[in-house]
Design a protein around this ligand. Sequence first.
Ligand SMILES: [Zn+2]
Length: 205
Amino acid sequence: MTDDGRLLALGAVAAVAAAGVCRRVGRSMGSPAVFVRTEYQYPDGVPGDEDDRGFLFTRAVETARPSGHDYDPSWDYEPDSFVLPGDVGVDAVEGVLPEVQRVAGDLGLGAVRVYYAQVERGQAARYVDGTSAEPILLLFCEAYRNEWNPVREIRLSLLHELGHAYLDSNMARTYDDEEEEGVERFAQTLDRTVLDEFIDRMGEG
Ligand SMILES: [Zn+2]
């Protein structure tokens, strides 16, 4: 490595350390290392005081992968939709995100971003259509407050939403009960053939 290269590498390490929580998730053959980094940022255009960390998002960064889109949830959601997740929510997401990111990689999807936001009434989580290259998942942690095991439920929700993202990346969303059953079964089993069979049926239909 040249001196310049070493300096650049050191700079990158320092930048990642400064960003906060950072965990090496693992490396599989042929894919770049994946880091999970927790950032505390406002979505673009949302006014307010960053110090209250009101608009956290957690982003899994797969290095060297270009961004697939520039979607920002503040385009579609009012500023007061972005809500504090609470300690349980933050801990849960940071705990399960490495697995969620690994599953996303297995499905050919890019770095996952989780925004803490109040989504439509009655919904606890949502995948934003069209973002499968870097899936954007909205999570309303308040909805899990009374769960006996919120970590388990948040994990299942994020995997469920990844199922929607995978179908979206294959242009196979149907927005019906059958899709819901398929992605839920995927979340429970992590059996990708459930989704692939759904996509195949779509192609025949
Ligand atoms: Zn769903």
